[in-house]
Write a protein that binds this ligand. Structure first.
Ligand code: HEC
Ligand code: HEC
Ligand code: HEC
Length: 120
């Protein structure tokens, strides 16, 4: 019985791994500001560099702004990049055990939706 169980476990493992890959809600679609493959590896550098530039010198670049990412990548279901387990900025990070503090200050919501709900 034990042997049969481990045999089954071995047979099932490859598909279990496939399931563990993060499922992403890409959001609105369109075309990423950089090649998707490149972005997968380098988005953190683009964002972090910009964070320092923006905060220290007031420099902002539309193309790589966090707001721009969120406009596209927020889910079409809830306008957020962080609301659910498969939300765009959450799915990979959960899988890779990366913890972000960005959204303590930055809104994770698409601006258009945010403005609608918080009209000032
Ligand atoms: C105009 C819409 C748009 C903007 C703006 C945008 N993206 Fe994308 N991004 C996409 C789409 C669509 C894909 C999926 C394309 C593909 O898989 O070929 C993608 C793919 C990605 C991926 C790879 C996802 C995967 O499947 O592995 C990452 C990471 C990413 N984007 C991060 C960002 C970041 C960070 C920003 C802001 C600096 C940003 N994107 C801005 C539309 C956008
Ligand atoms: C303590 C608050 C705080 C935290 C935490 C924080 N930021 Fe920011 N960030 C700011 C402020 C303030 C600005 C400048 C005002 C602005 O441009 O909205 C800014 C600007 C930016 C910008 C340039 C403007 C834009 O919208 O693109 C980027 C990119 C950015 N931050 C990314 C990040 C990322 C990525 C993280 C997480 C790793 C992060 N920030 C965490 C406060 C914060
Ligand atoms: C395709 C998977 C994937 C997506 C989608 C993704 N990330 Fe990441 N992100 C990663 C990985 C993997 C790392 C860790 C890389 C490392 O450890 O060098 C990371 C790291 C980061 C870091 C640096 C964290 C640190 O403490 O060093 C920031 C900032 C970041 N991501 C922001 C974002 C934002 C904002 C979004 C949504 C717009 C996003 N990421 C979407 C995979 C992803």
């Amino acid at each position: 019985m034990k042997l049969l169980f481990s045999l089954l476990l071995c047979l099932c493992l490859p598909s279990a791994w496939a399931d563990a890959a993060p499922k992403l809600d890409i959001g609105k679609g369109g075309q990423c500001v950089e090649d998707a493959q490149w972005m997968r590896k380098n988005h953190m550098h683009v964002l972090k560099h910009q964070r320092d530039e923006a905060v220290r010198k007031g420099v902002r670049e539309e193309k790589h702004s966090l707001k721009n990412c969120i406009e596209c990548h927020a889910s079409t279901k809830d306008d957020s990049v962080i609301a659910r387990a498969d939300s765009f900025c959450v799915a990979c990070h959960k899988y890779e055990a990366v913890k972000l503090d960005c959204f303590e200050c930055h809104s994770g919501k698409r601006k258009s939706a945010w403005l609608q709900r918080n009209a000032k």
